[in-house]
Design a protein around this ligand. Structure first.
Ligand code: ARG
Length: 566
C-alpha cells in the first residue's frame, strides 16, 4: 500500500532535514484539484531559513524533482506552496482493492490498559462518567483494531470511609427505603441522613469508623452489606452499559487494591521520602514542580484514593506488563494523576511502566437549557438522558419515515449513536453541551448525519442490484474531483486511526467520518450514480460500496451501530 502523504513527506524531509512526522502534519489536501492532490506550505519554514516561502518552495522542488517515483506525476510551485500531482490510477486502485479498511498490526505484542468509566458505587452515574465510558470505549476499539492487546478496566469507586457511614445508616433505617426500585437514589438519601447525624453526634461517627475498620478486616456482616451496595449499584450501571454497548475485561475497583497498599507504603518508606506532616504521611513533590504534596496516609492511618491508585499501578505492571496505562477522567483530576505518576517514579518501577502512564483528561459536560432539560429537571440520571434521546429519535422517525420497519431498534441505534458521537466529536478537553435537539439534527455534524449517509449508500447499492467486481471497474471514471475527494479521504483512514491513538483523541476519527460523509454527499449531488452508461455506474457503485464500508467501520470503532434504513 503506497502511502502518498508519507512518500511526499520523505522527499521533503530529505531536502530540508526536517522531521518526517512534522512535515506530514503540515501537508494539506488543496481545495481544488488544479492545485494538485497534496501540497506543502513553505510559510512555516520561512522564519528558520530566513528566505521567502516561494524561494524555499522552488528550491525544494528543484532538489526533489529528479528523484520522484512513478507514484508522483508532477510537482509545481504556486506562491509559497509546492503542489504534488499524484498518479491517480495507483491511488484509486489501491483504495478500491484494499479490504483491510485501516486495520493494522502496529500494536502487535503491546499491552494497553485503559482505565475508564469507573463510577462510584452507591452514588449516581453522572454525565461525566458517560463521557469517560464513551471515550474509553472508543479508544479500546481503536487500539484493538490496530493490533494492540487491550485490557479495559472499570476501576469502580467501591472503597473508602463513606462505606462505614453507609453501613451504619443501612443498619438503622434500611426498611424505610425502597432499595429494590431505586437503589442508588435511596442509598444516596441514607448517606445524606447519616452524614447529618454524624455531624450532630460524635458517638455515631465513632460507630461509622468502627464499621469501616470491621469492613477492612473482613467482618462478615459489613462485607455482606458492602457487597449488596455494590451489586445493587452495578445492576443500575449495567443498564447504561447495555444501552451503550460497553464492555470491560476487569471490574477490579479500589477495594481490590486495598490489601495492596501496605506494600506501597513499605516501598515508599525505604526511599526516605515519606515524611510526617501534621500527623499525616506525605511525599513532597515541590522539586518536581508540584506544589501540593501527595498524601499517602491520613493522620488516622488510613490510606486514600492516591494510595490505592499507586497500588493499582504496581498491580497492573505485574499483571498486564503494560506498555501503556491510560486513565480517562475529567480534567479535575489532573493534579491527582500528576502526583501519582511522579510518586510511581520514586517506587523503583521499570521505566517502561512509568513512561507508559498517561492521563487522558476531558472537559465538562453541560446540559443545554431548553425544553428537554426543563422536562428532565436539574438532577438528571444518565439512563434517563439516553432513553429520552432514544424516544426523541423515534419521534423524529415517525415523522420523517412513518412506514419504516423496526422503528424501535433504529431509534435506539440513532439515539445512542447521537449521544456517543456528541461525546466524541469535539476535542475532548473542550467543554461540551448535551443538547438532544442539536445532536439529533440529521443535517448537522452529528452521529445521525453519518448514519443517514451510510443508509443512503445502502439504498443506492440496493437500487443498483449487484455490486461489480473490482477488476471490472474503470478507474478513469473516478478521476473527477468528487470521486477523488472520497478516495483521498479513504486512503488516509489508517493514518487517522494512528493519529487517534498517538494523542488518545477519538475526535480525529469523528472528524474524518464527517468529512467523508460530506464528500459523499457532494459526490452524490454532482455525479449520477445510477445511470445509462454501465461503465460509469459500475465504478460509482463500487466507490459507494467502499464508502459505506468505511463509514460503518469507523462508526463501529467509535461504538456507534449503523441502522440499515432510517
Ligand atoms: N471513581 C473515580 C471518579 O468517579 C474515577 C476513577 C478513575 N480511575 C483511577 N484509577 N483513579 O471520579
Amino acid at each position: 500500500m503506497v502511502d502518498f502523504k508519507e512518500e511526499i513527506a520523505k522527499y521533503i524531509s530529505k531536502a530540508t532535514n526536517m522531521e518526517e512526522n512534522e512535515i506530514k502534519s503540515f501537508i494539506e489536501v488543496p481545495k481544488t484539484q488544479e492545485n494538485g492532490d497534496y501540497s506543502f506550505p513553505c510559510f512555516k519554514l520561512a522564519k528558520t531559513l530566513k528566505k521567502a516561502p516561494q524561494i524555499i518552495a522552488s528550491e525544494i522542488k528543484e532538489s526533489i524533482e529528479n528523484d520522484l517515483s512513478d507514484n508522483i506525476e508532477k510537482v509545481d510551485v504556486i506562491g509559497g506552496y509546492i503542489n504534488f500531482y499524484i498518479n491517480k490510477e495507483i491511488l484509486i486502485m489501491q483504495v478500491l482493492r484494499d479490504e483491510e479498511y485501516g486495520k493494522s498490526n502496529i500494536g502487535k505484542g503491546k499491552n494497553v490498559v485503559i482505565d475508564y468509566s469507573a463510577p462510584n458505587i452507591a452514588k449516581p452515574f453522572h454525565i461525566g462518567h458517560l463521557k469517560t465510558t464513551v471515550i474509553g470505549g472508543a479508544l479500546y476499539n481503536i487500539y484493538e483494531y490496530l493490533g494492540y492487546n487491550v485490557i479495559g478496566i472499570n476501576y469502580l469507586g467501591d472503597y473508602g470511609t463513606q462505606f462505614g457511614k453507609l453501613i451504619e445508616g443501612y443498619k438503622r433505617w434500611s426498611d424505610e427505603y425502597n432499595l429494590e426500585e431505586n437503589p442508588i437514589e435511596e442509598l444516596a438519601k441514607i448517606y445524606v441522613r447519616i452524614n447529618n447525624l454524624c455531624k450532630e453526634d460524635e458517638s455515631v461517627m465513632e460507630q461509622c469508623r468502627e464499621n469501616f475498620r470491621l469492613l477492612e478486616n473482613g467482618d462478615d456482616y459489613c462485607k455482606k452489606l458492602w457487597q449488596e451496595f455494590k451489586d445493587l449499584s452495578i445492576k443500575e450501571f449495567q443498564k447504561i452499559y447495555d444501552l451503550l454497548g460497553s464492555k470491560f475485561d476487569s471490574w477490579d475497583g479500589e477495594a481490590a487494591m486495598a490489601d495492596k497498599t501496605d506494600e506501597v507504603i513499605q516501598i515508599l518508606e525505604k526511599t526516605g521520602k515519606l515524611v510526617e506532616s501534621e500527623g499525616a504521611r506525605i511525599i513532597d513533590l515541590s522539586d518536581k514542580g508540584i506544589d501540593t504534596p501527595c498524601i499517602i496516609c491520613k493522620s488516622n492511618g488510613s490510606t486514600i484514593y492516591a494510595t490505592r491508585d499507586l497500588a493499582a499501578v504496581l498491580y497492573r505492571a505485574r499483571t498486564y506488563d503494560f506498555d501503556k496505562c491510560i486513565y480517562v477522567t475529567s480534567y479535575e483530576q489532573n493534579l491527582h494523576f500528576k502526583q501519582i505518576f511522579e510518586v510511581a517514579k520514586l517506587m523503583g518501577l521499570d521505566k517502561k511502566y512509568t513512561d507508559g502512564l498517561e492521563h487522558v483528561p476531558y472537559g465538562f459536560v453541560r446540559l443545554a437549557t431548553g425544553r428537554m432539560s426543563t422536562r428532565l429537571g436539574n438532577f438528571v440520571k444518565v439512563e434517563d438522558l439516553l432513553n429520552e434521546t432514544i424516544s426523541e429519535a423515534q419521534r423524529i422517525m415517525e415523522e420523517k419515515n412513518p412506514n419504516l420497519e423496526n422503528k424501535e431498534d433504529t431509534a435506539k441505534k440513532v439515539g445512542v449513536g447521537a449521544v456517543i458521537f456528541n461525546n466524541l466529536s469535539t476535542n475532548r478537553i473542550k467543554d461540551e453541551v448535551f443538547d438532544i435537539n442539536a445532536m439529533l439534527n440529521f443535517q448537522g455534524e452529528t452521529g445521525p448525519y453519518i448514519q443517514y449517509t451510510y443508509v443512503r449508500t445502502k439504498s443506492i447499492l440496493e437500487k443498483a442490484g449487484e455490486i461489480p467486481d473490482v477488476s471490472d471497474v474503470d478507474v478513469n471514471v473516478l478521476k473527477d474531483e468528487y470521486s477523488m475527494n472520497i478516495i483521498k479521504l479513504i486512503s488516509s483512514f489508517g493514518n487517522v486511526l494512528e493519529q487517534v491513538i498517538s494523542k488518545n483523541e477519538p475526535s480525529f476519527l469523528a472528524r474524518f467520518l464527517i468529512d467523508l460523509s460530506k464528500a459523499f454527499s457532494s459526490f452524490y449531488n454532482e455525479n449520477k450514480i445510477i445511470c445509462d452508461d454501465k461503465k460509469v455506474q459500475s465504478a460509482r457503485v463500487y466507490l459507494t460500496m467502499v464508502t459505506g464500508k468505511v463509514l460503518e467501520k469507523g462508526a463501529n470503532l467509535l461504538g456507534i451501530n449503523m441502522p440499515s434504513k432510517m
